[in-house]
Design a protein around this ligand. Structure first.
Ligand SMILES: Nc1ncnc2c1ncn2[C@@H]1O[C@H](COP(=O)(O)OP(=O)(O)OP(=O)(O)O)[C@@H](O)[C@H]1O
Ligand SMILES: Cc1cn([C@H]2C[C@H](O)[C@@H](COP(=O)(O)O)O2)c(=O)[nH]c1=O
Length: 208
């Protein structure tokens, strides 16, 4: 008799404009899930594979046409799904990804104005039938994100964009959250780290 198939793992993504605070909380969520006995794979986009990390360097540092930007983001995603996300979910692991396709809609769609049907076509091609089980959207006003970024790092191509760009990205994230049927949970990331953790715990409760 063959061994029983593992049940598919869960796929949780972290989103928000640059500086919103999502990366700070991935370790906390990893700990919550591990304490509940889950095997966690933590990864990021663009990136997550050796090829994806090369594409990330291009995306974050080279000027390019918005269509090229979208295609590179989805190329990195395709490799990520083939090499990391798909196999991990197949083993029954829980995958936490710092950004996924919602970021393409927010940045290339909202921020840069690429028509959304083009992104929907890429989404259909690259991951038909797969959506995150839960997306945690870290939401803050632009000024808060900017202050947090300025305090911590040298800015890359996206982080150097003007305020109006981030306003459009944020609005597109919030629009998608409203239309997501509960998949995207908006986290008020202006609150203290302890208060943000409490919101994350509440969002994860039904999965544990
Ligand atoms: N709730 C919070 N209160 C105060 N500071 C915070 C909070 N969350 C994160 N920070 C701080 O804000 C800065 C940016 O956080 P973080 O790197 O997690 O943002 P991010 O959303 O992942 O940004 P990026 O997408 O550009 O990587 C860090 O210095 C972090 O310590
Ligand atoms: C997946 C994805 C990302 N981006 C942008 C968004 C951010 O500015 C960077 C990634 O930086 P982070 O510090 O790791 O958050 O890339 C994008 O424009 N399109 C995408 O699909």
């Amino acid at each position: 008799m063959s061994a029983p198939m593992p049940t598919r793992g869960r796929f949780i993504t972290f989103e928000g404009i640059d500086g919103a605070g999502k990366s700070t909380h991935i370790g906390f969520v990893t700990g919550l899930l591990q304490d509940a006995g889950k095997n966690v794979v933590s990864t990021r986009e663009p990136g997550g594979t050796p090829l994806g990390e090369k594409l990330r360097t291009l995306l974050l540092h080279e000027k390019m046409d918005v269509g090229t930007e979208a295609l590179l983001a989805f190329a990195s995603r395709r490799e990520h799904l083939a090499q990391v996300i798909g196999p991990a979910l197949g083993r029954g692991d829980w995958v936490l990804s710092d950004r996924f396709t919602d970021a393409s809609f927010a940045y290339q769609g909202g921020g840069r104005g690429l028509p959304l049907p083009k992104l929907e076509a890429l989404e259909q091609w690259v991951h038909p039938g797969l959506q995150p089980d839960l997306t945690l959207l870290f939401d803050v006003p632009l000024e808060v994100a900017r202050e947090r970024l300025d305090a911590t790092r040298t800015l890359d191509k996206f982080e150097s964009e003007e305020a109006a760009f981030f306003e459009r990205c944020r609005n597109e994230y919030l629009r998608r959250a409203q239309e997501s049927g509960g998949r995207i949970v908006v986290v008020d990331s202006t609150r203290s780290i302890e208060e943000v953790r409490a919101q994350l715990k509440a969002a994860l409760e039904k999965f544990l």
